[in-house]
Design a protein around this ligand. Structure first.
Ligand code: SAM
Length: 276
């Protein structure tokens, strides 16, 4: 199905274009672009969010993978504002090339890459001020879930260790052309300015979170066998019988930090008190 612009939506790029003006206004209001901050839109498509943003702010940076959309975007934005167009894969994009930092990021994200994109954005978190992202509702629920909730998992821990995450509202499939098979949700992510507790070794943290959730039905003691000593769990008041989904984000950070300090002190075993 092509349309007014002659562009045929491509499923492989997750092209479900927003047409509902009320939803577009709601997203832009939630985004609340700040003067003097660099605005970055991931996946502008045919400009549903880009054009109102340009009208509001005068300048928007956009990253779009589909080069066939470039001319449409350039034509539509002419006379409205300054469009900085990067024809690029957002998953490989170097966000530090956009100046000045910090960045305000917005996007109606292609569903097929939303999780890897979230991880790529996390790597750039130090230069991000805020993000308003539309995702599949199910993914938004996973991101915002708290420990002991069914949707809580690796994505929840990794994102909440860096950001305050809030699901703002859901968006029905009828707001898009073509309509997707799923409901969407708009999420606001605010990077924590003072992560509490802070993470001493991000790679180690990532590794232990991955290990815990890769065997989420096992007790945490067994899931971390050979990596985290049971004495360490006790010292942190974490029951060894817990499953991955019972540990809070802070618990994960505390375990990773303890492990980091043990390794740096050359301690590989538990002391007589069972402390780590
Ligand atoms: N923002 C537009 C809207 O709301 O109507 C389009 C949203 S559509 C769901 C996703 C957009 O992301 C499409 O324009 C698609 O071409 C683009 N896209 C898909 N994969 C991408 C990638 N890896 N990097 C950058 N853009 C991508």
């Amino acid at each position: 199905m092509s349309n007014d612009t002659g562009h045929r939506p491509r499923r492989r790029f997750g092209q479900n274009f927003l047409h509902d003006k009320q939803v577009i206004d709601q997203i832009i209001d939630a985004f609340a672009p700040e003067p003097n901050l660099a605005i970055v839109e991931i996946g502008p498509g045919k400009g549903a969010l880009t054009l109102p943003l340009l009208q509001k702010t005068g300048r928007v940076n956009v990253i779009e993978i589909d080069s066939d959309l470039a001319q449409i975007l350039i034509d539509k934005s002419r006379g409205i504002g300054d469009l900085q167009l990067f024809i690029n894969d957002a998953l490989k994009f170097d966000f530090s090339q956009i100046k000045p930092a910090p960045l305000q990021i917005i996007g109606n994200l292609p569903y097929n890459i939303s999780t890897p994109l979230m991880f790529h954005l996390l790597k750039n978190i130090s230069i991000i001020k805020s993000m308003v992202l539309m995702l599949q509702k199910e993914v938004a629920d996973r991101i915002c879930a708290r420990h002991n909730e069914a949707d809580y998992g690796r994505l929840s821990v990794m994102i909440q260790s860096q950001c305050q995450a809030e699901k703002l509202f859901t968006v029905p499939a009828s707001a898009f052309t073509p309509s997707p098979k799923v409901t969407s949700a708009v999420l606001k992510l605010l990077p924590l300015t003072t992560p509490a507790p802070s993470i001493d070794d991000p790679l180690l943290f990532e590794r232990i979170v991955r290990q815990a959730f890769s065997q989420r039905r096992k007790t945490i003691r067994n899931a971390w066998k050979g990596i985290v000593d049971p004495g360490c769990l006790e010292a942190l008041s974490i029951a060894p019988s817990f499953r991955a989904g019972n540990l809070s984000v802070d618990d994960y950070i505390n375990v990773a930090n303890s492990l980091y300090h043990q390794q740096n002190q050359g301690i590989t075993t538990v002391d007589n008190n069972g402390d780590c």
